[in-house]
Design a protein around this ligand. Sequence first.
Ligand code: ADP
Length: 398
Amino acid sequence: MAKNLVLILNCGSSSIKFAVIDPQSSLVSLSGLVQNIGSHDANIKYKQEKQAETHKLPNIDYHEALVAIIKIIQSFKNITTDIKAIGHRVVHGGEKFTKSAIITEKVLQAIRDCSTLAPLHNPANVLGIESTMREFPGIKQVAVFDTAFHQTMPEYAYIYPIPYDLYQKYGIRRYGFHGTSHRFVCNQAALALEKNINKCAFITAHLGNGCSVAAVLNGKSVDTSMGFTPLEGLVMGTRSGDIDPSLHVHLVDNLGYDIHKVTDILNKQSGLLGISGTDSDMRTIESKAIAGEKRALLALEIFCYRLAKYIASLTVPLGRIDALIFTGGIGENSPIVRERTLTWIKLLGFKIDLKHNDANGKENNGIITKEGSPIAMVVPTNEELLIAQDTLALTLNS
Ligand code: ADP
């Protein structure tokens, strides 16, 4: 029987992920990625049922990487014939996109226009869209934006307290990212708690290599920790999160750093990596902390402490919490991070159930707190599935 499969393309700055998904059953027929594009150790990995392959593609450029991916997808003829639509993860939709959109020439131009806001990502997203338009003519394509979910933030949450002109003339404001993940886990949590999403107050903590929290009231984002770029907010794997903006001028004037070096340090050499001096990966940080390594312990504590402060601050726009949701690689798999964070915000009354927390929420419907406590829960994210669902929903009846 013919299926309605959706091809998902997630074009990052140096890697491209792809997957072919059935949005109804959530089954993945084919998935893979090209990583380290442009370097000598670039390679492509893909998996179809039990068959997994890796091929080296030394010094491949971005365009060639897209060609290699499309060739692999097209080599699975039985899958290709069932692809009914293509969904693209697009990082920045500026203020133009408040939800996912079918890609037309006008939409594509608007995505190009947002490149000044995401110079590393939007041009890559555009290349991905142009390639699939060429190679899969006649198949409808949809853009799903990281920023769109947060476009419901009120003005007082997204305007920076800097000259208002900078917003009016240049769009300098808080946008927020990880929107697909925050939206997906809120929907899942409402289902698990048997509540109407339109009557829920959630705080979502997406903790992966990049980390952000969001306050979601009645299904709409009302505030989030990331801002103009994904650098603002929480401590992340290699990003600093919030720092004093005067640090830039201090490092430039007193230490002779180039401004781009400062940006590079804050994005790529800070966070867990910067504090520990050795690791950006939370698994390694945790095992070193457990072994008593001081800098790893400090990195873990700063991560949890700052996360707790942000969670507490997001109670302001909500007034109440139906659930605090942990997701992403760290949020879903780290009992230590969840426990330390909930301990820091004890004023909010969370009483953790250690057994359920250790089981990463795989029992008790995801809930990791005791009966009678405000609810904290673990909800696995699945951004690809939401992209596939949006894509199919928009294209089926268009
Ligand atoms: P990305 O943001 O790149 O999608 P992920 O959501 O996969 O990343 O999250 C990666 C992070 O999750 C890494 O810091 C990794 O160490 C962490 N992580 C994965 N599994 C565990 C685990 N069992 N315990 C602690 N951290 C984990």
